[in-house]
Write a protein that binds this ligand. Structure first.
Ligand SMILES: NC(=O)c1ccc[n+]([C@@H]2O[C@H](COP(=O)([O-])OP(=O)(O)OC[C@H]3O[C@@H](n4cnc5c(N)ncnc54)[C@H](OP(=O)(O)O)[C@@H]3O)[C@@H](O)[C@H]2O)c1
Length: 325
């Protein structure tokens, strides 16, 4: 097998593409011949030593991938050699093969393309948990999505629309805003050029959005929170901008609003049955054509450094997918 190795977590430039012995699955594991793996923002943070989880060195990055089961460890009965699967294993995906706990694998229904499947579990799982479970989104409510042209952002537009919401998508360029409208956003705000508070006031008749979905953090959080509706829910998804914002606590008081934390990986670990139910619902929505990952581009696996460069420089629209022949 081949894999990208991180033995010095100072950023993507230090990764090396190496030939390694193909691993055998342990009890409870399967081995996947990887067809496609997608980039999630934490994959970049991990190789920069900036993520909350700090794996022992050396490690193979790549949290999410899809492919075909090519070996099965002792005690695994629900999967067989030849099954198509998607996995969120936390690591190991930027490679040709990976061994993973069979519990972390989603068998793929027929017709689920590998490129889409590799770009599915984390972004849609996170967003389903955030909007429908944590924020209890109701049809007719208005959802503001920040960083809306990115991986979780595009999933948030699609899931909010599928749940009957009105979606305001906010992003840093007109081109990103156009993509958001193409995939269903009802209105957009370019926050590089417009005053987001004025725009939100105009777009909601002064009421503000019921739900804010924020994967960006930084200096936009407080002004946006000041615009939230009465009984609003502010979903803390991530901090792609780098800075973790602080919020004066009088603001939630004045709006009767909630700051709602979202940690999908921990939710999936602590509440596997709930997560499996959500993923099954999402797979049904994919089959019906209600949701579909937006793929920025697919690149051959050996071009991972170029993909990380694209993600780190804020160019990605939707998801980046690495493929093996
Ligand atoms: N809570 C959870 O369970 C969970 C699960 C998955 C991901 N996340 C988090 O969600 C965030 C987004 O992840 P993603 O995979 O969707 O990433 P992504 O595709 O790269 O999207 C991030 C978006 O953030 C915006 N951004 C603002 N400043 C940026 C900067 N300095 N560098 C890069 N992007 C910047 C960009 O949009 P504009 O250019 O339009 O501003 C970009 O489209 C990350 O912080 C990640 O850790 C959290």
């Amino acid at each position: 097998m081949h894999a990208w190795i991180c033995d010095n977590p100072i950023g993507p430039d230090a990764l090396t593409w190496k030939e390694l012995p193909t691993p055998e699955p342990k009890a409870g594991e399967i081995r996947v011949a990887i067809r496609a793996a997608s980039l999630n923002f934490p994959d970049l943070l991990i190789v920069q030593n900036k993520y909350q989880m700090k794996p022992a060195l050396p490690f193979v990055p790549g949290s999410e991938y899809a492919g075909v089961v090519d070996a099965v460890g002792e005690g695994v009965s629900r999967l067989r050699k030849g099954d198509a699967v998607a996995a969120f294993g936390g690591m190991g995906g930027f490679a040709t093969h990976a061994c993973v706990d069979a519990q972390l694998v989603m068998p793929l229904p027929e017709g689920f393309a590998f490129d889409d499947a590799a770009a599915f579990i984390c972004t849609y799982g996170t967003t389903h948990h955030a909007l429908l479970d944590r924020a209890e989104l109701k049809a007719g409510e208005t959802v503001l999505v920040l960083g809306a042209a990115g991986g979780v952002g595009t999933a948030a537009i699609q899931i909010a629309k599928a749940a009957g919401a009105r979606v305001i998508a906010a992003a840093s360029s007109d081109e990103k805003c156009a993509l958001c409208r193409d995939i269903g956003a009802d209105a957009t705000i370019n926050y590089s050029t417009a005053n987001i508070r004025d725009e939100l006031k105009a777009l909601t008749g002064g009421k503000g959005p019921d739900i804010v979905y924020d994967p960006v953090g930084g200096d936009m959080a407080e002004p946006v929170f000041r615009s939230i509706a009465w009984r609003g829910r502010y979903l803390v998804i991530g901090f792609a901008q780098g800075a973790i914002p602080a919020l004066p606590l009088n603001l939630p008081l004045l709006k009767g609003a909630s700051v709602v934390g979202v940690f999908w990986g921990e939710f999936a670990r602590r509440e596997p049955a709930h997560n499996a139910k959500a993923l099954a619902e999402l797979a049904g929505w994919y089959a019906d054509g209600r949701i579909k990952p937006v793929l920025d581009r697919t690149l051959p696996m050996p071009e991972l450094k170029a993909a990380f460069q694209r993600m780190g420089s804020r160019q990605v629209r939707g998801k980046l997918v690495m493929t093996n022949p």
